[in-house]
Design a binder for this molecule. Structure first.
Ligand code: C2O
Ligand code: CU
Length: 509
C-alpha cells in the first residue's frame, strides 16, 4: 500500500496515454466505443481480455539523485527506478515497450517463469528493440514474490543508468507472512564522477563467508565534476569497473531519500531489491531486528531474525519489522562508506516526526548477519520426471586486472552449454577460483541451493540468484528443467557478464 506512495505505483494504460499523449493510438486496440464517458473513452484492457496491460517507455532523462547531483539517466516512464508493476499470481500481464532511447533495448523479467520468447535476451530470445520500435511482452505472472525487471541490452551501461524496476507478484492464495504495511526499496550504485569512489565489493557476504567491505579496489577518483553522460563510464581504478560514488534507495541518495512512515504495533514488510551493478549491501534498521521471510521472492518455512541482511547484486530479500520502538531510526547500509554515499533513509513512527537520530554505525562488528544456511526454504520446485544430470562450472577470470571472466576456462559465446531435457533434475556445482564474488542468476526457473562451501542445507533455499563467494567459494544448486528453451545463466555483475561469464542452459522441450 504505502509502497505505492514511495514508488508512485505502476502506471496503468490510461495514465500513460494521458501523460505521453498516446490518445488515439489505435494500434493497441483499446479505445472504447461510447459508454458513459462518451466516444473515445479508454476502456481498461483487463475488462475486455482479462489481460493487464502496462505501457513502458524507455527514454533518456535528467535525474536528480540528490540536491546538486543530477545525471543523465535512462528511465522507464521517466522514473528511476521504473514504475512498480503489481499483479496477482497467474494474472496475464501484457507490457507494451516503446523504445524512445537512441539505441536498442529489451526487458528481462527477473525471477519470473516466462515463456522463452518473452525472456528479453537479445540474440537468443528476441531481436533488440530498435530506437523508435515497440515490442509486446505477454506472460502469466508466476511465481508469486518480489521480482523485478530490467534491460538486458548492454547491461553494463543501461542497467547502470537506471533501467531497473520492481515487479511484485502477489500470491493468489493466502500470504504466508501477514503484514500491515509494506515498502519496496530498490538499492542501486552510481558512478557519477562527482564523489569519492567506494571500495568495490570483492568478497561478497551473502553466503556468510566473505569479509565486510572487501578490499580497496575502486581507486580514489578526483573530485572532478565530469558527470556521467550516456556511456560515460568512469574508468578509474580496477580494470574497467566504474568508480561507484553514490548509493541510492529508490533512485535517491540521502538527504533526498523518502522517509518510511510506520505506526506503532504494525508489522512492516520491506521488499529489498539489489539492482546494483557491483555492490553487496548490508541492510540494517537501527533499533530493530529484521525477520527474513523470503529469498529472491520465495517464502521460507519460518522467518529468521537477524540484525542485518547482506544482499548481493540481483538478490532480493523480504523482511518483516515489528514496529515496537517508537522513534525515528535510520534504515541504512552498513558497508563502509555506503550510508555516507546516500544509502540511508529515515523510518519515522507516527508522532515522532522532527526527531533526528544519531549518525549511523558503520560496519557489522557484533551483528548477527543473515547467511544462506540460516534459512529453511519450502519445497516448491516442480517435480522431476527424468533423470538427474550433474554439471560443474568453475568461475575464473579477472587476473592481473583483466576484463575476461570465464566459465570452465571459456568466455561466452564459447562457453559449454548445459544441455538437458524437459523434466530432468539438473545439479550444478559452482566453484569460484577468482578473487571476486559472483552472483549467478538463472533465467526461466528458480533453483534450490543445496549446499554452500560444501555444507549441505537441510532445507534448501529457493532462489534465482546465488552469490558464490570469492577465493574457492562453492555452491551446489539444483532445479527441475520445466521451462523449455535457451536460458541465460550468468553472473549478475554486468562487467563480469560483459567479460564472458555467461553459459546457456538449453532445455529441449
Ligand atoms: Cu536480472 Cu540475465 O538478468
Ligand atoms: Cu561475477
Amino acid at each position: 500500500m504505502d509502497g505505492a506512495a514511495l514508488m508512485h505505483g505502476a502506471v496503468d494504460r490510461r495514465a500513460f496515454i494521458q501523460r505521453a499523449g498516446w490518445v488515439g493510438l489505435g494500434a493497441f486496440g483499446v479505445i472504447g466505443h461510447g459508454g458513459p464517458l462518451g466516444l473515445g473513452a479508454i476502456r481498461p484492457a483487463e475488462a475486455a481480455a482479462d489481460v493487464r496491460e502496462i505501457l513502458l517507455e524507455t527514454r533518456q532523462v535528467k535525474w536528480e539523485l540528490s540536491p546538486g547531483r543530477t545525471i543523465t539517466a535512462m528511465a522507464y516512464n521517466g522514473r528511476v527506478p521504473g514504475p512498480e508493476i503489481r499483479v496477482k499470481e497467474g494474472e496475464r500481464l501484457r507490457v507494451v515497450l516503446k523504445n524512445s532511447l537512441g539505441e536498442p533495448t529489451t526487458i528481462h523479467w527477473h525471477g519470473v517463469d516466462v515463456p522463452n520468447s518473452m525472456d528479453g535476451v537479445p540474440g537468443i530470445t528476441q531481436k533488440p528493440v530498435p530506437p523508435g520500435g515497440t515490442f509486446v511482452y505477454e506472460f502469466e505472472a508466476r511465481p508469486a514474490g518480489t521480482r523485478w525487471y530490467h534491460t538486458h541490452f548492454q547491461e553494463h551501461r543501461q542497467m547502470d543508468l537506471g533501467l531497473v524496476a520492481p515487479l511484485i507478484i502477489e500470491p493468489a492464495g493466502t500470504e504466508p507472512f501477514p503484514f500491515d504495511r509494506e515498502y519496496t526499496l530498490v538499492l542501486d550504485d552510481w558512478a557519477t564522477g562527482a564523489g569519492r569512489a567506494l571500495p568495490a565489493t570483492r568478497e561478497g557476504t551473502a553466503g556468510g563467508r566473505g569479509e565486510m567491505g572487501g578490499m580497496m579496489g575502486g581507486g580514489m577518483m578526483g573530485g572532478g565534476m565530469m558527470g556521467r553522460g550516456m556511456g560515460g563510464m568512469m574508468g578509474g581504478g580496477h580494470h574497467s569497473t566504474p568508480a561507484y560514488d553514490t548509493m541510492t534507495i529508490n533512485g535517491k541518495a540521502y538527504p533526498a531519500t523518502e522517509p518510511l512512515r510506520v505506526r506503532k504495533g504494525e508489522r512492516v514488510r520491506l521488499r529489498l531489491i539489489n539492482a546494483s551493478a557491483d555492490h553487496t549491501h548490508v541492510i540494517r534498521l537501527a533499533g530493530h531486528q529484521l525477520r527474513v521471510t523470503h529469498t529472491d521472492g520465495n517464502p521460507l518455512v519460518e522467518a529468521v531474525a537477524v540484525d542485518a541482511v547482506p544482499i548481493a547484486p540481483s538478490e532480493r530479500y523480504d523482511v518483516l519489522v515489528n514496529a515496537d520502538r517508537p522513534g525515528s531510526w535510520w534504515l541504512y547500509c552498513a558497508q563502509p562508506g555506503h550510508a555516507a554515499a546516500g544509502e540511508q533513509a529515515l523510518l519515522v513512527y507516527d508522532g515522532r516526526e522532527g526527531h533526528r537520530p544519531d549518525a549511523v554505525t558503520e560496519g557489522t562488528a557484533g551483528l548477527h548477519l543473515w547467511h544462506y544456511s540460516l534459512g529453511q526454504g519450502r519445497d516448491v520446485l516442480a517435480p522431476a520426471s527424468g533423470t538427474v544430470r550433474s554439471f560443474s562450472q568453475t568461475l575464473s577470470g579477472g587476473m592481473m586486472g583483466s576484463d575476461a571472466w570465464t566459465i570452465n576456462g571459456k568466455q561466452y559465446p564459447s562457453t559449454d552449454p548445459i544441455a538437458v531435457k524437459r523434466g530432468e533434475r539438473v545439479r550444478v556445482r559452482l566453484g569460484n577460483m577468482s578473487m571476486e564474488a559472483h552472483p549467478m542468476h538463472l533465467h526461466g526457473q528458480s533453483f534450490a541451493v543445496l549446499a554452500v562451501s560444501g555444507q549441505r542445507l537441510v532445507h534448501p533455499l529457493v532462489k534465482d540468484s546465488v552469490d558464490v563467494e570469492a577465493h574457492m567459494g562453492a555452491v551446489d544448486i539444483e532445479f527441475t528443467a520445466h521451462n523449455p528453451g535457451d536460458w541465460f545463466f550468468h553472473c549478475h555483475k554486468p562487467m563480469h557478464m560483459e567479460g564472458g561469464m555467461i553459459a546457456l542452459v538449453k532445455i529441449a522441450g
